[in-house]
Design a protein around this ligand. Structure first.
Ligand code: NDP
Ligand code: 8X3
Length: 252
């Protein structure tokens, strides 16, 4: 039987890299994509030989997605699982003290990047047939607003609703669609959000037990491998130390 293939966006770090490692260890073929080629090659080198295909791809560049999907060799095709994971937050200030160019980047990455990758990958997933799935990474920030969450939270609310719309559009096909919404997780997320401040990334999680990338990989494995007649519509995950809080009260 041919090996199953997962296509991961944002495999150079965090959730994407951990998921690539786990699926490769479990005998899947992994197409690992992202902008940082050296990291993709390092990932390939640490995984079982022949299991990982590193392909540089920028989800904000539609042509880059088209070319990447068109270049898939027969051993890494058809793709059975699309892990739409690439994404980022930029900045944490409230309006009006925001940078519009950051919002544009979040829109192009978290929204249009995910839409374009999905569009290009659908023929592959259709070919894979029963058990195919799309797993979109949303966030608890898409459901619970917080000061400074603004465009990032709204972009993840898009991911949640788009996932449900996609399920409707794909009704009658074999393709499952899941919105996966994690809460606080220690990756490079806060380093990116603070424009490269590694110390801020350490400080943010100091003394806490956040979600780890390996925890997410286990959950992605579960979602991708449930029986083909089932669909997890949405899965929200928080570390125990985080709570879905009541709306904030503004006092004088
Ligand atoms: P990381 O910053 O560790 O990883 C983000 C990944 O996204 C990197 O591999 C990066 O690759 C990739 N990426 C960013 N921009 C692009 C682009 N234009 N093209 C291709 N790849 C891109 O963060 P996480 O692992 O935490 O983030 C993964 C997903 O999880 C994101 O969608 C994030 O919003 C979401 N999330 C994170 C949470 C957290 O607390 N950490 C909680 C909830 C959701 P490269 O830079 O090499 O291109
Ligand atoms: C990231 C989670 O709550 O830090 O998606 O915005 S949060």
């Amino acid at each position: 039987m041919p090996q199953s293939v997962i296509f991961i966006t944002g495999a150079t770090s965090g959730f994407g890299a951990a998921t690539a490692r786990l699926f490769a260890r479990q005998g899947w073929k992994v197409v690992a994509t992202g902008r940082r080629q050296q990291r993709l090659e390092a990932l390939r080198d640490e995984c079982p030989e022949g299991s990982v295909l590193p392909l540089q791809m920028d989800v904000t560049d539609r042509q880059s997605i088209v070319d990447t999907v068109a270049s898939l060799p027969p051993e890494f095709s058809p793709v059975k699982c699309l892990f739409n994971n690439a994404g980022l937050a930029l900045g944490a200030k409230s309006m009006p003290d925001i940078r519009l160019e950051d919002w544009r980047t979040m829109a192009e990455t978290n929204i249009m990047g995910l839409v374009h990758t999905t569009q290009e990958m659908l023929p592959q997933l259709k070919k894979a047939g029963r058990g195919a799935s799309i797993i979109n990474v949303g966030s608890v920030a898409g459901r619970f607003a917080y000061p400074g969450g603004n465009f990032y939270g709204a972009s993840k609310a898009f991911v949640h609703h788009f996932s449900y719309e996609l399920r409707c559009d794909l009704a009658g096909s074999d393709i499952r669609v899941t919105n996966f919404s994690p809460g606080m997780a220690k990756t490079e997320f806060t380093e990116v959000r603070t424009y490269g401040d590694k110390q801020a990334n350490e400080d943010f999680y100091e003394g806490l037990k956040p979600i780890l990338p390996e925890d997410v990989a286990d959950i992605i494995w579960f979602i991708a491998n449930i029986p083909a007649h089932l669909n997890i519509n949405s899965l929200e995950l928080m570390p125990l130390i985080q709570v879905p809080a009541i709306p904030k009260i503004v006092r004088d």
